[in-house]
Design a protein around this ligand. Structure first.
Ligand code: FAD
Length: 459
């Protein structure tokens, strides 16, 4: 059995600790924040200052792998998530009556909940695990590294203490200090791929009134303007978030942090207007976040692992901008792989690096491709010029075959060229276009003039 030290107690660190501990490995998790997610979800969500993980209060929805990994590895945690208020949404729920399911369709499920609910359920489970020791309020300040080719990590340093481990898992998030530590210690540098996304997220939380209307009707959860996206995140316990995404260079960005301006702007998009029309109670200020770049950090180069005794998982390995909501799914997939192969990985991490390149890297590349197309579209301020691609997106809401393909891509189950590149999808999109001869790609959000008129004094 391996002795594993986990650096960071976010979703990936907690997930890895739990899955390793349940296989009998001896795990110590170090988390710099002394506070932990408990049973008072609103207090922990709205009143916990977490400057090092600003995304904690941004809206989340969890893709299929979160559900499938948890149901396989920790069904009790999954049940706890639902008991705490997380809700399942199947992609076919859009159609009211589900079309006949095919094998695998049962997995096309989103978990609708605030991130804190997942943290609370994982935290509670990890606390019950005898093989896992959680040390909160403990900031790891360095790794212990033995020279060699490659160098070997033998543990980590917390205060004056040296903690030894067979394997250190860096789950310290998107601002991981580990690459800098390795370079300072004279190791070969990690290979970092960075892609600037240039988008800003703004959100505000609401709660449906107990005695108010609760059903927005059959409305999509996303809308778009040439320069902005708007989305709704239905969540646990009657909460939901309204979210606007726009370019970091947009001159109106600052004005949108005023709740009145934010709401007026959000009411111009059908998706968010429908939910704001339910007269919900605001629960938060407008919460803004930028710096949402795509970052891939490999602890291996062409010559193999830059170090042994150390791997990274979660955002410290793969951090994609949040528009596709991949983070927790990729983090838990990595945690599951680590837990099932830990002895092998502790002996030689090459097996882990090979797996991450094969299983996770394609989703990083897919996000970068989507971002490049969006950047071009935003720069040109015009809808997609690819009528067929736009038809594919629109047709999914009418046609279960296309919805299935779209959901498989969205839930990280099949890559786009695979899922969309079948004769069946091709036939269905062609038939849809024949039935909609006037279809042209368009936006359902406001024009730029309408938008600017909404935003007072930004010029
Ligand atoms: C705006 C936004 C929206 C998002 N929406 C979604 C979504 O809808 N769905 C989804 O799945 N994902 C989403 N994500 C991504 C998701 O939030 C992350 O992928 C996820 O939080 C990563 O978890 P993690 O455990 O890897 O890292 P983190 O949650 O960042 O946790 C890292 C932990 O390490 C600790 N730590 C750091 N350094 C040290 C140290 N030296 N010593 C001890 N502890 C340390 C930190 O305190 C922290 O608790 C979104 C991200 C953003 C930015």
């Amino acid at each position: 059995m391996a002795r594993v030290a986990v650096l960071g107690g976010g979703i990936s660190g907690l997930g890895a600790a739990l899955m390793l501990g349940r296989r009998g490995h001896s795990v110590t998790l170090f988390e710099q924040d002394a506070r932990q997610a408990g049973d008072d979800l609103d207090r922990d969500f709205f009143h916990w200052d977490r400057p090092r993980i600003p995304q904690a209060v941004q809206p989340h929805s969890f893709l299929a792998p979160v559900r499938t990994v948890l149901r396989t590895e920790a069904p009790d945690v999954y049940a706890d998530l639902l008991a705490r208020g997380a809700r399942e949404y199947h992609e076919f729920d859009w159609f009211g009556v589900h079309p006949l399911h095919r094998a695998g369709d049962e997995d096309l499920m989103t978990l609708r909940t605030r991130r804190i609910v997942l943290e609370a359920a994982l935290t509670a489970a990890v606390r019950r695990e005898r093989t896992v020791e959680v040390r909160r309020g403990c900031r790891v300040r360095a790794l212990t590294i033995e020279e060699g080719r490659p160098a070997q990590v033998t543990g980590l340093q917390v205060g004056a203490e040296l903690h030894q481990a067979d394997l250190v898992v860096d789950a310290s998030g998107r601002r991981s200090p580990v690459p800098a530590w390795l370079i300072a210690a004279g190791c070969r540098p990690p290979v970092v791929d960075s892609h600037r996304a240039g988008i800003a997220y703004l959100c505000r939380w609401y709660r449906l009134r107990a005695d108010g209307p609760r059903d927005p009707g059959r409305v999509k959860t996303g809308s778009a303007a040439p320069f902005a996206l708007a989305g709704v995140f239905p969540s646990d316990n009657d909460t939901f978030a309204v979210n606007l995404v726009l370019s970091t260079g947009d001159p109106t960005r600052g004005a949108l942090t005023d709740p009145a301006v934010f709401e007026a702007a959000a009411r111009r998009f059908p998706a968010t207007a429908a939910w704001l029309g339910l007269a919900p109670e605001p629960q938060s200020a407008v919460l803004a976040m930028a710096g949402l770049d795509n970052l891939w950090t490999a602890l291996a180069d062409d010559d193999g692992p830059v170090v042994t005794g150390l791997v990274n998982a979660g955002d410290s390995l793969i951090h994609t901008n949040p528009t596709l909501g991949q983070g927790a799914a990729l983090g838990l997939r990595a945690a599951q792989y680590l837990a099932t192969h830990v002895d092998q990985i502790a002996a030689d991490p090459v097996v882990y690096h090979t797996w991450t390149t094969k299983a996770l890297r394609p989703w990083f590349d897919a996000q970068v491709t989507v971002d490049r197309a969006n950047e071009q579209r935003l720069a040109e301020c015009s809808p997609s010029s690819d009528r067929r691609a736009a038809a594919l997106a629109a047709c999914a809401y009418d046609d279960p075959v296309v919805m299935r393909a779209r959901a498989q891509v969205r839930h990280l189950l099949r890559l786009a060229h695979d899922a969309y590149g079948t004769d069946e999808v091709d036939r269905h999109v062609t038939a849809w276009l024949v039935a909609h001869p006037d279809f042209t790609p368009t936006y359902d959000g406001p024009t730029r003039d309408q938008w600017d008129a909404l935003i007072p004094d930004w010029k």
